[in-house]
Design a protein around this ligand. Structure first.
Ligand code: ST9
Ligand code: ZN
Ligand code: ZN
Length: 333
């Protein structure tokens, strides 16, 4: 069996810390779903997205040529914007809102929502909906970035075409009541477009120009355009590379892999065989802070009293799962 409900329940029972009230979060693989028979629906290109994504990536290439002329403060600022916006995805829409793997107080949720708009990866509500359906129907027609359709589709292609009807059909049956009940998330959804203009493009560009007289071209292309494009690709590599390249120490029957390189760029999100096996673990990895700035951030937030209730799978449950369904790679390293 793949990581179906029975298996997950067993892992849960093995660990008392998980008995906390995560509720019935709809992120567990559903092995009863079958893809529809017959020919697949034809691809329907979304030319607006194809053009905008091409322009964005051309802009990012141009930005690379500007790096040697940029001030050091501007590069440091771009890196800071990268880390903050990435945390809005990893600690925010992913580990907090999609998987409910820890709890966050109002001030932290406000910070993560601001960081999330800076990352411009669709509003939290839409991200969570797509992500829960990705876990529940992983690598089928109902997975928005189904890696069975190849590297390009799971990386960026899925954002350039209309969704497979099964994504929408299955997605509409998900329980999103916890997300709808979060006023900060629904506020962001209401004001999403202006929040992106302000936080993803304007703020990153204005700071270097205003505070240390950086040229307006460099201010716009490096901390805004290049930082945004790198953040998108680092995220997309989780869907593409980490579903294809790496070991499967926890469950060899699923495609997601352990990919330390992806983890490095995605602040800890590349341990993807672990994550699909134990989606409720707040660290998305067995190894704490190793290649995992997001886990360090969440731990710091707990220390400051801004977060609590981290869900962690016990070492014993992890080992039992490795022995039962792993590929044996954990023994060699
Ligand atoms: C981006 C997102 O890049 C990246 C997400 C990556 C996920 C990563 C996962 C890995 C985990 C680890 C995290 C690592 C992080 C590392 C960070 C390090 C830096 N369920 O979508 P529409 C319905 S975004 C239920 O338009 P189309 C719904 O009614 C980049 N229902 O479908 C909806 O209406 P509403 C920037 C669903 O027409 C309606 O259908 N953004 C679901 O097929 C229409 O929805 C862009 O580029 C569902 N799942 O269009 C925009 N889905 O919303 C890209 C849909 O009102 N998107 N419905 O309820 C689009 O333009 C379109 O979505 C489309 C499909 C053209 C792709
Ligand atoms: Zn995945
Ligand atoms: Zn996930």
């Amino acid at each position: 069996t793949r990581n179906g409900n029975a298996v997950v329940e067993k892992d849960l029972l093995n660990h008392e810390d998980l008995a906390g009230d995560r509720g019935m979060i709809d992120d567990i693989f559903d092995e009863t779903y079958r893809e529809k028979e017959g020919p697949k629906p034809p691809l329907r290109y979304v030319w607006r997205n194809i053009i905008l994504m091409s322009l964005l990536h051309l802009g990012a290439l141009f930005a690379l040529t500007l790096i040697p002329s940029a001030k050091i403060q501007t590069l440091a600022w771009a890196l800071l914007c990268f880390v903050v916006s990435a945390l809005g995805i990893t600690a925010g829409s992913h580990r907090l809102w999609s998987h409910r793997s820890y709890k966050a107080t109002l001030p932290l949720r406000i910070f993560l929502t601001i960081a999330n708009s800076m990352a411009f990866q669709n509003d939290i509500y839409e991200w969570v909906r797509d992500h829960r359906v990705h876990h529940k129907f992983s690598e089928t027609d109902a997975d928005p970035h189904n890696a069975m359709r190849g590297f390009f589709f799971s990386h960026i292609g899925w954002l350039l075409v209309r969704k497979h009807p099964d994504v929408i059909e299955k997605g509409q049956k998900l329980d999103l009541s916890d997300i709808k009940a979060d006023k900060v998330v629904m506020f962001q959804r209401k004001y999403y477009k202006p929040s992106v203009v302000l936080l993803c493009f304007t703020l990153p560009a204005v700071v270097p120009w205003y505070f240390w007289d950086e040229s307006i071209i460099i201010s716009f292309f490096i901390p805004a355009i290049l930082r945004y494009t790198v953040g998108l690709n680092a995220t997309w590599l989780v869907n593409s590379a980490a579903h294809m390249f790496g070991n499967r120490p926890y469950d060899q029957n699923i495609n997601p892999r352990e990919n330390p390189l992806v983890s490095l760029g995605a602040l800890g999100e590349g341990f993807h065989n672990y994550h699909h096996t134990f989606p409720y673990d707040y660290s998305t990895s067995e190894f704490g802070w190793r290649f995992n700035l997001t886990t360090a951030f969440i731990d710091l937030m707990c220390l400051l009293g801004l977060a609590s209730d981290r869900k962690k799978v016990s070492k014993e449950a992890i080992l039992a799962r490795k022995m039962r369904t792993g590929d044996g790679s954990h023994k060699s390293g």
